[in-house]
Write a protein that binds this ligand. Structure first.
Ligand SMILES: Cc1cc2nc3c(=O)[nH]c(=O)nc-3n(C[C@H](O)[C@H](O)[C@H](O)COP(=O)(O)OP(=O)(O)OC[C@H]3O[C@@H](n4cnc5c(N)ncnc54)[C@H](O)[C@@H]3O)c2cc1C
Ligand SMILES: NC(=O)c1ccc[n+]([C@@H]2O[C@H](COP(=O)([O-])OP(=O)(O)OC[C@H]3O[C@@H](n4cnc5c(N)ncnc54)[C@H](OP(=O)(O)O)[C@@H]3O)[C@@H](O)[C@H]2O)c1
Length: 457
């Protein structure tokens, strides 16, 4: 057995794939998987939409492939707060950061912070039972919600706001969100894309899914799917398969007769928000029409068209314009691209680009906040491949060995959740789920999670 030890920080999909890859090396290093929450699997648990049951079941593969004799789960430990980067460097041969992108990108428009204007990141965490989002209490009594951005997160959020209660009841949606969504008054969700239909950020499967929901009419104005000349040329010459498929689907939806369903999702294009208005809370959003233009680099950009703005009345605005990473104390950070500066996963100094020996990055903190679950597997294989190449030439840690690490954790992380604690949480959630004919009934409160974890310790 190797006496090498690697710390992975962040037990999301990227951290899990990195751990699994390290564990496949016979006689390879032992792994400690640090996680700030009491539960593992990052956005698989706290991001992926609850109605995507099959995708959520990747947690069973992670549990089987990752948590075992050579990999310890060290939950409820926040690196940068409870223990430092320096602590990890003193005790481990290498440290792999897999901390994802923990906050939202802002729009910078007036009214963005009015009550009722929320980042989709928070709303997603709320319905998925993320303990930090438990108290969000989004306003759901109004008739119309507006979502800004037309990527897959926007699609998830639009579905969650309009799914039939009976369908939601079969998912692992957090109890507080199930109750609030069942009582919701929302009948219409308007999704605003700043560019045209050919540039929508949805993948085709997610777009198709929105068009085939029970109890929901998907409305697309036929005029909105007539492409402008710049987009027409782009689609014919450089457009991706997804862009072509999306335009085809949008044309089908635009031509379809409405079913007379009780709820409606409307997809709008070439429309940007300019301000959110309201007296103490969101009452409307002001939007402007755009046209598409190529910039000097050839990228198609949305530019304001010379038309008057329009006001859409609504009580809830969800800003779904992307996630953003936050810096970690004492770890290099690329302030322009919001990632750890890195060369194929080897972290480098932000200015000199000199390698920082023994420090690696994987997943969204390496590439930025794009890519599906599988993208992180390829990415993890690349980073871990380089780490294994480097391992023999890395400087030895000052205080190696599991005893020194355990002493540090005993001092700095008294509420540590180990694999036994996670197994107790998982078992209780699944047991409650079985009784309710749901995949699991989540514990969404940090104290309840920690209390349950203690029963397994
Ligand atoms: C709303 C949403 C839905 C999605 N749905 C799908 C889908 O249906 N299908 C699909 O293929 N992909 C989906 N994706 C994409 C997929 O979830 C991501 O590609 C993937 O989660 C990125 O993995 P990651 O490990 O880099 O980040 P994350 O999943 O964010 O994991 C990072 C982990 O690090 C932890 N952490 C952060 N800071 C610290 C710290 N300082 N110390 C210790 N731990 C820390 C976090 O708590 C978290 O557990 C979705 C993404 C989002 C946002
Ligand atoms: N089911 C799934 O597989 C699934 C589900 C959820 C998420 N994911 C993945 O997770 C990643 C993140 O998803 P995401 O939806 O957060 O990001 P995304 O795909 O990057 O979409 C972001 C959206 O926000 C828009 N936007 C950005 N800045 C804006 C601004 N200032 N004003 C108006 N609109 C703005 C973008 O428009 P522009 O294109 O014009 O920039 C785009 O429509 C993606 O790779 C996604 O595929 C996958």
């Amino acid at each position: 057995m190797s006496d090498r030890r690697v710390a992975i920080v962040g037990a999301g999909p990227a951290g899990a794939f990195a751990a699994a890859r390290l564990l496949r090396v016979g006689g390879g290093p032992e792994v400690d998987l640090y996680e700030r929450l009491p539960t593992p699997w990052g956005l698989l648990r706290g991001g992926v939409a609850p109605d995507h049951h099959e995708i959520k079941r990747l947690d069973e593969t992670f549990d089987r492939d990752v948590l075992g004799p050579r990999c310890r789960f060290l939950g409820n430990v926040e690196v940068g707060t409870d223990i430092s980067h320096g602590d990890l460097m003193r005790h481990y041969d290498a440290v792999v950061y897999a901390v994802g992108a923990q906050t939202d990108k802002s729009l910078g428009i007036p009214g963005e912070d009015l009550p009722g204007s929320l980042p989709a990141t928070d709303f997603v965490g709320w319905y998925n039972g993320h303990p930090d989002r438990r108290e969000l209490d989004p306003p759901l009594s109004g008739r119309r919600a507006v979502i800004i951005g037309n990527g897959n997160v926007a699609a998830d959020v639009a579905r969650m706001l309009t799914l039939d209660s009976a369908e939601l009841d079969r998912t692992d949606t957090a109890e507080h969100a199930l109750e609030a969504l069942a009582a919701s008054g929302i009948e219409e969700v308007v999704v605003l894309g700043r560019r045209g239909p050919a540039q929508a950020a949805f993948t085709s499967a997610e777009l198709r899914e929105m068009g085939h929901m029970d109890g929901v009419d998907l409305h697309v104005d036929p005029a909105a799917v007539e492409l402008d000349p710049v987009s027409e040329e782009w689609l014919a010459q450089e457009g991706t398969f997804t862009a072509g498929k999306n335009v085809e689907l949008l044309r089908e939806f635009a031509a379809a007769e409405p079913k007379g369903a009780p709820r409606r999702i409307e997809l709008r294009f070439l429309t940007s928000p300019v301000a959110i208005h309201g007296d103490g809370k969101v009452e409307s959003i002001e939007v402007q029409r755009n046209r598409i233009e190529r910039d000097d680099s050839g990228t198609l950009r949305a530019r304001p068209a010379d038309e008057p703005t329009e006001t859409i009345e609504c009580d809830l605005v969800l800003r779904s314009v992307g996630y953003r990473a936050v810096p970690l104390p004492d770890v290099p950070f690329d302030e322009r691209n919001y990632v750890l500066p890195n060369e194929r996963g080897r972290v480098v100094d932000a200015d000199s680009r000199d390698p920082v020996p023994g420090v690696y990055a994987v997943g969204w903190i390496k590439r930025g906040p794009t890519g599906i679950l599988g993208t992180n597997k390829r990415d993890a294989n690349e980073t871990v491949g380089l780490l294994l190449e480097d391992l023999d030439s890395l400087p030895a840690p000052q205080a190696p060995g599991v005893e020194a690490i355990d002493a540090l954790l005993a001092e700095k992380a008294p509420d540590l959740v180990t694999v036994e604690g996670w197994r107790a949480i998982d078992a209780l959630e699944r047991e409650r789920g079985e009784a309710a004919e749901r995949p699991r009934v989540k514990l969404a409160d940090r104290d309840a999670l920690l209390g349950t974890a203690r029963t397994g310790a």
